[in-house]
Write a protein that binds this ligand. Structure first.
Ligand code: C2E
Ligand code: CA
Ligand code: CA
Ligand code: CA
Length: 278
């Protein structure tokens, strides 16, 4: 593309230039963050709607920047995905989760399964072996770990992805489908993948029980999951009304601020020890 005298285009490319600079800055700072130990995992409980007890947790990345404070993964994960740094970041997350699980086991804390998020870019032929190595290094039982993947992976579809998933499941790792409902997955399509849990995206939970469309979508997802004998987890549950509606549908678990925000490992451990209930 050549020069332009159109002020709109000049403005636009200046804005893109700013974005590119911002990305480069985040990328280089993120490399330092990995090396300097500025990354942490927070844990958000998943609660059974039947028993009210904590039956799992999701590990969520947190970046404690020395100057900017807590940086949201919503900001740095997309950059890491674009630059490919997500591979190293993802490996760190798996290692750190395994290290923490080992520490809890040594402290005799009875821990429900901990889920880590995997980006589609981490999902390659080498993944099962990397997972096996991390589990072995920390002596972690694969039943202690779950993997959350997103629908984009299914759309990429096909035999390779299914083969890798089957390998992971054969190792004893359970797979959860994250942000469900935001992409395109039909019932017929979904049953080809060895997925044990569906997570209803917060986008559909927000409008419960008042938005008719959200109610219809949530109901359809729960029905679909039940047909496929999958556990259904609702994300982003903030109100009692939402909880009651989801319980009425037959949803299995909830995760959201109503019960707890994501918290540091020590706080999650305390909730478990104290037997915090819904
Ligand atoms: P996600 O996997 O869908 O994670 C759920 C997000 O919803 C988390 O945001 C969580 O803090 C937030 N959340 C939970 N309950 C509520 C609620 O009741 N209300 C509201 N408003 N929000 C709630 P967080 O921690 O900022 O993470 C954002 C996204 O960043 C995650 O979405 C995930 O896509 C990505 N992410 C976080 N950690 C990792 C990681 O280790 N690896 C990868 N690849 N992605 C990660
Ligand atoms: Ca997730
Ligand atoms: Ca999610
Ligand atoms: Ca989400």
């Amino acid at each position: 593309a050549g020069q332009s005298d159109d002020p709109a285009i000049l403005f636009f490319s200046e804005e893109m230039n700013q974005r590119a600079k911002e990305h480069l800055r985040i990328e280089s700072e993120l490399r330092d963050a990995l090396a300097n130990g500025e990354l942490m995992l927070y844990y958000q409980p998943k609660v059974s709607l039947r028993s009210g007890r904590i039956v799992g947790a999701e590990a969520l990345l947190r970046w404690r920047h020395p100057v900017r404070g807590l940086v949201s993964p919503g900001v740095f994960i997309p950059v890491a995905e674009e630059t490919g740094l997500i591979t190293e970041l993802g490996n760190w997350v798996v290692e750190e989760a395994c290290r923490q699980i080992q520490q809890w086991r040594e402290a005799n804390v009875i821990m429900p399964p901990i889920a880590v998020n995997l980006s589609a870019r981490q999902f390659d032929r080498g993944l099962p072996q990397r997972m096996a190595q991390a589990l072995e290094r920390y002596g972690v039982n694969p039943e202690q770990l779950m993997l959350e993947i997103t629908e984009s992976l299914l759309v990429r579809g096909a035999e390779t992805v299914i083969a890798i998933m089957n390998e992971l499941v054969a190792m004893g790792l359970a797979l959860a489908l994250d942000d469900f409902g935001t992409g395109y997955s039909s019932l017929a399509y979904l049953k080809k993948f060895p997925i044990s849990t569906l997570k209803i995206d917060r986008a559909f939970v927000v409008g419960l029980p008042h938005e008719e469309n959200d109610c219809a979508i949530a109901r359809a997802i729960v029905t679909m999951g039940q047909q496929l004998r999958q556990e259904i987890v609702a994300e982003g549950v903030e109100t009692m009304e939402q909880m009651d509606f989801l319980r009425g549908l037959g949803c299995d678990q909830l995760q959201g601020y109503l019960f707890s925000q994501p918290v540091p490992a020590a706080d999650f451990e305390r909730m478990l020890r104290e037997g915090k209930r819904l």
